[in-house]
Design a protein around this ligand. Structure first.
Ligand code: FEO
Length: 398
């Protein structure tokens, strides 16, 4: 029944779209949904690469049965054990009891823990190969991209990399599967958001994986989320490379909290100064309104970061503390950092923002501004000067 998309000769897309889940990992908004990608290679041996979230196992198993057309399934390659991809393994095993599950030692520990599966396993190590007929597969470990067991599978016959989460993005596949068949524009921002939310902490492991993969001739990337990259494979690799080096674009994210609008007025003054001094890419996030997912995306995207907070119970504003915690978790590096804050009777925000910048080893730009109560002409001028200093610094950097 299904007219399954053929990525290459007898390599089928059998993944699914999730337009129902509101929050990925129960945290990150999904305005465009998300796809769970799986691929089936029909050769002398039949090989499935990853499964899908268990919520979609019924439709998933039907697609596989159609593509197999009466044949059995010989192998399941498990590149990643997170349940958005490994969730259907137990049901798949029930449907195909003789399927051999290919993974590494760490995969199998998780397979036992999540699915109580301990038999019919085929262990691979770095660089191992498997001939399945016309296709020659090889396996490379990519630990912490984004879990410790992650590996990738390379098909040297068709030059396809099955890359697990790497090069993935939020966003469903709305008809098309391969990038050249669709308008991909909205995926790029979603890719940065996905990276910053999910993989952001693991910059060094991503760099190691990219280094390793650079030795391969990759013409098609089959990630577990989002389009199959072919026409834009180099662009997807470039984004992951820049993000994992924490290399920001020219621009500034202003991230602030405000209870009654006084700290917000400081943010407005700084933004106006940035614009007046030639900065075109300015994005402002009121952390009480912007989901952390988007705040993180812009912090990863831009080189300049200016954070502002009121003093709250002799600490930072709680929503600012929350975003600082997420930044620290992701070990965000190399930001040009400005900060400002306010208080009514005793200041704590600016002092805490200073300490945070030191902890992150960021370069402080401009003179921090501390405001008592409402904005006045002196503080407006100081905010303006902070914006000017950041704009000047960005010009020098470019
Ligand atoms: Fe898409 Fe780390 O799972």
């Amino acid at each position: 029944m299904y007219k399954l998309k053929e990525i290459a000769d007898k390599v089928y897309y059998v993944g699914v779209n999730d337009r129902q889940k509101a929050l990925f990992e129960n945290m990150w908004p999904l305005p465009y949904g998300v796809s769970y990608n799986s691929y089936l290679i029909v050769d002398e041996k039949t090989v499935l690469v990853d499964t899908v979230d268990v919520c979609y196992s019924d439709i998933f198993l039907k697609k596989i049965a159609d593509a197999l057309d009466g044949r059995s399934l010989d192998y399941l390659i498990v590149n990643h054990m997170e349940p958005d991809h490994a969730g259907s393994i137990r049901l798949l095993r029930q449907q195909y009891p003789d399927v051999q599950i290919i993974g590494n030692k760490q995969t199998f520990g998780m397979l036992a823990g999540y699915h109580n599966i301990t038999t019919g396993l085929y262990e691979v190590k770095e660089g191992d190969t498997l001939s399945i007929g016309r296709h020659q597969l090889s396996f490379y470990m990519a630990p912490m991209v984004h879990w410790p067991e992650v590996m990738v599978t390379y098909d040297s016959t068709d030059k396809i990399l099955f890359s697990a989460d790497a090069f993935g993005t939020y966003g469903t596949l709305d008809g098309g599967v391969i990038d050249s068949e669709m308008n991909v524009e909205h995926y790029w921002e979603e890719m940065i958001r996905y990276y910053s939310n999910i993989v952001g902490k693991y910059g060094n492991p991503v760099q190691r994986a990219l280094q390793k993969l650079s030795a391969l001739d990759i013409q098609t990337i089959c990630s577990t989320h989002g389009p199959v990259w072919r026409e834009y494979a180099a662009k997807a690799i470039d984004i992951y490379d820049r993000m994992s080096r924490y290399e920001g674009e020219d621009g500034v994210a202003i991230v602030y909290g405000s209870m009654y609008g006084n700290t917000e007025q400081m943010a407005e003054a700084i933004a106006a100064s940035l614009a007046a001094n030639g900065v075109k890419n300015i994005v402002m996030h009121n952390v009480s309104k912007s989901p952390a997912s988007y705040v993180l995306k812009d912090i990863f995207k831009y080189k300049g970061l200016i954070i502002g907070s009121p003093t709250y119970s002799n600490r930072l504003f709680p929503e600012i503390e929350s975003i600082l915690d997420k930044i620290e978790t992701r070990e965000v590096k190399n930001r040009l950092y400005g900060y400002f804050g306010s208080f009514t009777w005793a200041g704590a925000a600016v002092k805490n923002l200073a300490a945070f910048g030191e902890k992150m080893k960021w370069e402080v730009v401009g003179v921090p501004v501390e405001q008592k109560q409402a904005l006045n002409a002196d503080k407006y001028a100081e905010c303006w000067a902070l914006g000017e200093a950041m704009a000047e610094k960005l010009k020098k950097e470019n």
